[in-house]
Design a protein around this ligand. Structure first.
Ligand SMILES: Cc1ncc(COP(=O)(O)O)c(C=O)c1O
Length: 401
């Protein structure tokens, strides 16, 4: 093997823990084990047929060439309309929209465009795995602001205030959240935005799960609650979760003109443009029938109720009822320190390993999200799998001493 070195910027980042767990589960499955995966962050539903049909039609109509770097005009116009509808009428211009290769790419563009060495970016924990890694990759510092379950995993104004310094360049909010499923209600979000208004930094709001909301929870966008902060706010969204389109890789950001232009320039020198046919599929998703989304949400809500009930029936596990997304965030701290066949469970990572071996269930350890002692369970899976998996987990937990 060559002794040539990799770039030193890679020293500060780790591979995605969620993808690693999914990979291990796949390997065990390939080896013939009946592994039930609760690890993946994607809807288990197929992309709705009407969207696939529209993509076929787009290919036949010639959507097989480069497009403008920031995405085709028709899609950006539709995104503007959809966003205004979903965000209390606050309207962007099509030039303020950049279509990206998934929402993750939108966030990566923002990291490159907005932060650098010496800058601090505030990230509430538990956080989505990629936020701190992207911040570190561009040489900035991720400042982790803790939240607790008692606070509904919502960042408190005083915690935010304490984290702000004169180096703060941005705050990244995710609502509803991966990994907790927790969403900000209007009052708690407003209180945070009031603190933001006292300072000068970018407010990045990741609303990729914004349409997956349950139990009549009234989800409000930061943009709608504080339109006066629009020139400092960037909204990240996409079709991956709402329309079961993770593999199509289409997301976007809505941003002030100078940020949108910077991301456009970055794309022109990196991806050139998001895949043409996928852009037309996203266009069809936003303009076509929305019934599949309603049906998917109803299924997620049933699964949420089922899995939270099953988790809370197990002695030693606890999970709060999430408002959105498709994750249960399980407090397993009571099980850390117990023994499995004489061996001490030292951490959530050990516990996830034990549940994979003993119950053949793949869960992601909370440490990956900055929340040691917790486990994340995705319920983007069938009710049958939830019933079977939870019975296995209950039996495995009962064996701990
Ligand atoms: C909070 C959050 N933001 C962004 C993304 C990325 O979405 P996409 O698949 O569109 O890149 C994910 C995917 O898991 C996510 O959970």
């Amino acid at each position: 093997m060559s002794t040539l070195k990799l770039a030193s910027r890679l020293d500060v980042i780790k591979p995605s823990a969620t993808i690693a767990v999914a990979q291990k589960a796949r390997e065990l499955s390939a080896a013939g084990k009946d592994v039930l995966s609760f690890s993946l962050g994607e809807p288990d539903f197929p992309t709705p047929e009407s969207i696939c049909e529209a993509a076929h039609a787009a290919i036949r109509a010639g959507a097989t060439h480069y497009t403008t770097a920031r995405g085709v005009q028709e899609l950006r116009e539709v995104i503007v309309e959809t966003s205004a509808k979903r965000r209390g009428g606050v309207r962007h211009r099509p030039e303020e929209v950049v279509v990206t290769v998934g929402a993750k790419h939108a966030l990566f563009n923002l990291a490159l465009a907005l932060y650098g060495p010496g800058d601090e970016v505030i990230i509430p924990a538990p956080y989505w795995v990629s936020y701190p890694e992207q911040v570190r990759l561009v040489g900035a510092t991720a400042v982790i602001a803790e939240t607790t379950e008692e606070q509904g995993f919502r960042l408190q104004p005083e915690t935010l205030r304490a984290a702000i310094t004169d180096r703060t360049r941005a705050l990244i909010l995710c609502t509803p959240s991966n990994p907790t499923g927790s969403a900000y209600d209007a009052d708690s979000l407003k209180a945070l935005l009031e603190v933001c208004a006292e300072h000068d930094f970018w407010i990045i709001v990741d609303e990729i799960y914004g349409e997956l909301i349950y139990g009549g929870f009234e989800n409000r966008s930061a943009l709608e609650l504080a339109p006066e902060l629009k020139d400092r706010m960037v909204v990240v969204d996409g079709v991956s979760k709402t329309y079961a389109m993770t593999g199509w890789r289409i997301g976007w950001l809505l941003a002030p003109t100078q940020v949108a232009n910077a991301c456009d320039t970055l794309q022109s020198q990196s991806t050139s443009n998001p895949t043409a046919v996928a852009q037309y599929a996203a266009l069809a998703a936003l303009t076509g029938p929305q019934e599949p989304v309603v049906e998917m949400c109803a299924a997620f809500e049933r699964r949420r109720d089922l899995i939270i009930g099953r988790i809370n029936a197990i002695d030693g596990l606890h999970a709060r009822m999430p408002e959105g997304a498709f994750y249960a965030f399980v407090d397993a701290r009571a099980l850390v320190g117990r023994h499995a066949a004489g061996k001490r469970i030292e951490s959530d990572v050990d516990l996830a390993g034990y549940l994979l071996d003993e119950a053949c269930c793949a869960l992601v350890p909370g440490t990956a999200f900055g929340a040691p002692g917790y486990l994340r369970m995705s319920y983007a899976t069938s009710e049958d799998q939830i019933e079977t998996g939870m019975a296995r987990i209950a039996a495995a937990v009962a064996k701990l001493s």
